[in-house]
Ligand binder design. Sequence first.
Ligand code: TRP
Ligand code: ZN
Length: 874
Amino acid sequence: MADVRATPEVLTPPEAPPSPTHVATRREDYRPPDWLVPEISLDFDLDPQRTRVRASLEIVRNGDHDRPLRLDGDELTLISARVDGREVEPGLDGKQLVLDLPGSRAMVETEVEIAPAANTKLMGLYASGGILCTQCEAEGFRRITFFPDRPDVLSRYRVRMEADKDRFPILLSNGNNIAAGEEGDGRHWAQWEDPFPKPSYLFALVAGDLKANSDSFTTMSGRKVALNIWVREADLPKTAHAMESLKLAMAWDEKVYGREYDLDLFNIVAVADFNMGAMENKGLNIFNSAYVLADQETATDADFDNISRVVAHEYFHNWSGDRITCRDWFQLSLKEGFTVFRDQSFSADIGSAPVKRIDDVRVLRAAQFPEDAGPLAHAVRPDSYIEISNFYTATVYNKGAELIRMMATVLGAEKFRAGTDLYFDRHDGEAATCDDFVKALEDGSGVDLSAFKIWYSQAGTPKVSARLQHDPQTRAATLHLEQRVDPTPGQPDKAPMPIPLRTALIGEDSCAEIAAEQLVLLEKAQATIEFANVAEPPLLSINRGFSAPIVLTVDRRPGELERLAQCDTDPFSRYEALQELMMCALVASATGAAADLEPVTRAVGATLRSDALDAAFKAEAILLPSEPLIADRLDVVDPDAVHESREALRRAIGNELRDDLASAYGTSGAPGHDLSPAAKGVRRLRNVALALIAAGDERVGATLAHRQFMAADNMTDRQAALGTLVSLDAPERDQALAAFYDRFHDDPLVLDKWFALQAAAQRRETVDEVQRLAHHPDFRIGNPNRLRALAGTFGYNHWAFHSPDGRGYRFLTDMILDADKLNPQVAARLIPPFGRWRRFEPKRGELMRESLERIVGARGLSKDVYEQASKSLA
Ligand code: TRP
Ligand code: ZN
């Protein structure tokens, strides 16, 4: 390891970037805007090749200063500029247009030209499958017109657009449609007005040949809101679930947060080319079609759940994001952490709450914990960035949500609601900060939450160790707790954090709660908590419901976890006990120690046979921890050893529990059209069982999976069967892949699954497979969904990506560099798998580091990719 660590000093440090544009923006440098723009009018002459944009900005000097007006611009061709009607020659400073203005207000008019069809970055105005659409968060509006493109400049928008009527019959923007008409030359126009002042990142425009699924929602005050989901005509039948989700979300936000929708119109548009999941533009949400389109034949249960989640997320932003926005991008978690917390609560309420919590924690551990433990670690409220797009992270989103969840846990439902009521009331119409949010929670609830603020500023996952001592004579039990946070980049010394731990004791003999749940708040580095009248040997049930986002190590006697897996009264902790039992065995065998698999198979069998547990819970509980998760527990990672260890346990479970798995596989009660939590749970259990059956006996598994694949009347079962087959060396594998392609190759979202399944296959040949697929006629590097399906999925296929010859690294490196030329934002998101190079065995570590160096050294690198790759090397 020493030689692996010695090298980075010779590399270009991030302080000396190769290009002057790659400079960091710092939170401490925040200054209020010099000029405000209370009103803006935009006039679009739309054409995919060449669009003319005229902007009229009403400018007002903000405060007493003599600084010029600076307008951001990016890839704009300036045609003309006027101040109060007089043509001017503006100065240019980098990409900014600079105007010296004598007075305290002015009317600034600009005219620019842009080329939507040539916009491969998918930021600003671009073309997607014949539709013209916009994406402005975070800094895309400057690619449409010159403007102070920062979230604390709020303006009222008036928009006029004109386009060819045949190609673009539908013309949409934010707010209300106030006028429309024909031009006579085959062109038509529409005018839109948004009454709510908003930052430029919430601006949106769409023009295209779209059809709507239209419906309505009557708000709690009795206003009728028109709802439209706009898609290509052929996709209309796939919009029903998104519409149902939207109406559920609107009703939920009224009931749970008292938030009512505020316009008479709410539009959603689905596009096939989109950098992220979806965007909360005021009154005109734009979605990645993956989070809108679904039917039984083409979408899995997980897809349906994701649609509900994302539709709700974007809708909830109307209050937590649009009505109250962020002062600056360092405050991003103000809207994202809170909105994720809101969408998580919504999904828990409309589905199975325990399963949702298990899912959310799985995402946190898979995406956020590694981020927090690696070179890209940053605080929920970061201190600096080179490219803000790189900070739309699991830390800002998911850890941000956990932090709000902790405060909600401490406050309880009623006081938390009092706090959010005050927040929405106090800051409505403002650009606020994370401090404002905590202050409102404190003032509304009357509870001091100041200690929790460190969760916004200190990066790294706290490590908590717990030990329970019991004295049968005195019947006293003592819980010893200790916490520490490891250093992260730029934060060598860490302070203790407030950690709320929902804690109970379970009787080892009685299998019942012998000390009722209490909320233990660990505030210092150490603490001890006393329990009285503990009459039997107690089992510690701690961090129930994952009440704090920490890594917990509990000092336990043999047999404790197995017992807890049967007795814990908190569903999450019960799940956790079985997972931890598996993890101990997996870590032992991955490090060459003798692993006793018997307690694991015994506990899995007991879980499968339990009458008290539902199918969905069983499926989650018996699913083995992933390879990256096992790797996270090791000091030096050997991916082959990790893979072997996990496969050995899968084989053991498959063999030992053949009958239990067969009967789980035989569970009925899941007709394909049934999307109830119960039916989804049965499908999940059957498919988890199928994979384990195949691990025990490939032949039986291949036969069952192929039969299921052929007979499936829904995508959940079809995809799961194919998911089992792709990792087997059976003739059914290639037959099924070919059949799947033949049937679905015209449906881009399903074809993404076909690419992703092959990139996720647990086979040595997967490295060759992904290389072949990169040359498949249906592979499109410019389409983010397709790129993520192949390259993104492959980067998380631990065993295949970390192929010892380095071919996996070479494949992803080439892909990143190719993608960067078209779409830097999406390319940068492929880098994190390289970031953990220091933790791998020396040979792989060195190969990974070389890949990062190759990226950093590439000519014409974007600042997105530069920031992620150079920070990963440090
Ligand atoms: N605000 C969006 C959300 O979380 C995220 C988003 C959509 C985004 N598109 C983007 C962020 C492009 C950065 C760049 O709901
Ligand atoms: Zn969001």
